[in-house]
Design a protein around this ligand. Structure first.
Ligand code: AMP
Ligand code: MG
Length: 316
């Protein structure tokens, strides 16, 4: 294994928000932060090592089939959610991973309670599910644009004073319920600076191949920057819990954000520590009987068990 588990645990510590602490994003977190990695070479090693480690642990998670992992990704536009997902998932078995992107809710979704569509897309045991945007939009975009709340068809008493505190509590309770049931919730906020967002929008305009990614709606949202910073700060202050803490990932450097996000997910898997199911002595004895039968079926001139011969040659 290229990087040691302990190193991962120490590295991710710095991104975690202590439950109960009050966060003021602009003051407390620097989007340009790059501590813990001092050279491009170290970065490359960590990137590769992290992907390798994720792949190994995911394979065990899948085989064990007991825990699921829900990765929650939140960020402002152009912070690098898509690229982070691409990177983190580059080495893993696609059978065990799903990504779900949440957009403006459909009318069917609005006919249900607000957590319904998120619950419907949770990963099963053994799998990693990534939410590209998540139930946190319900206390972010819906909080910044009050007219979206109007569309949620809530009874009057549910819309009254205290709705955001209530939603924080409901979300915390829901995540606790998931955790208690073996679905681990890993939360990442990609923290981008306003200046870096401006540069990335311009890049999307300047590079023809990136034009498709540019949306004038994103620039309109940029106009609400301070409201979003406020909503993110409140969200981080109220929903970083012992069972599902938030991680603030500095996102002004893409390579750093990818390493940090990968490390946080890897660390969650390390903590879960899934194991390949152990086979009982009876089953193993049974396997030996079958092996003997298969060996007896070897055609003339063929080795009884070519794999065994190869293994002893390789010294494995
Ligand atoms: P994108 O991620 O760029 O494809 O954009 C998805 C859009 O859906 C964003 O503008 C989000 O703000 C919006 N969106 C996601 N969840 C919700 C929600 N619960 N209510 C309203 N808008 C949402
Ligand atoms: Mg967008």
């Amino acid at each position: 294994m290229a990087i040691h588990e302990k190193r991962v645990a120490e590295f991710v510590e710095q991104f975690r928000i202590q439950p109960g602490s009050k966060v003021t994003l602009a003051k407390d977190f620097d989007p340009g932060y790059r501590k813990g990695i001092d050279s491009k070479k170290a970065a490359r090693e960590l990137l590769g090592g992290g992907v390798e480690m994720l792949a190994e642990y995911q394979s065990r998670l899948y085989a064990e089939g007991t825990h699921g992992v829900l990765v929650v990704l939140q960020a402002l536009d152009a912070a690098g959610k898509d690229g982070t997902i691409r990177h983190v998932m580059s080495g893993v078995n696609p059978q065990g991973v799903s990504v779900h992107s949440f957009k403006v809710p459909s009318s069917e979704e609005l006919d249900h309670d607000y957590l319904w569509r998120y619950a419907k897309n949770l990963p099963p045991r053994g799998e990693i599910g990534i939410f590209n945007r998540s139930h946190y939009e319900e206390v972010l975009v819906v909080r910044v644009h009050k007219e979206l709340l109007e569309r949620q068809k809530l009874p009057k008493e549910s819309r009254d004073h205290g709705i955001w505190e209530r939603r924080y509590r409901e979300i915390n309770d829901w995540e606790r319920y998931l955790t208690d049931n073996g679905i681990r919730v890993v939360k990442l906020f990609l923290n981008l600076s306003k200046e870096q967002q401006r540069v990335r929008f311009l890049r999307r305009i300047d590079l023809p191949d990136h034009n498709w990614k540019f949306s004038s709606a994103d620039v309109k949202e940029r106009g609400y920057w301070d409201d979003y910073q406020q909503a993110f700060s409140e969200m981080l202050s109220h929903t970083s819990t012992e069972w599902a803490p938030w991680h603030v990932i500095p996102a002004d450097r893409k390579w750093y954000a990818r390493i940090a996000a990968g490390a946080v997910i890897a660390n969650a898997l390390i903590e879960i520590d899934p194991r390949y199911p152990e086979v009982s002595k009876e089953t193993r004895d049974g396997l030996q009987e079958i092996k003997a039968t298969l060996e007896s079926q070897a055609p003339d001139g063929a080795l009884a068990d070519p794999f065994e011969v190869k293994q002893s040659k390789d010294g494995a």
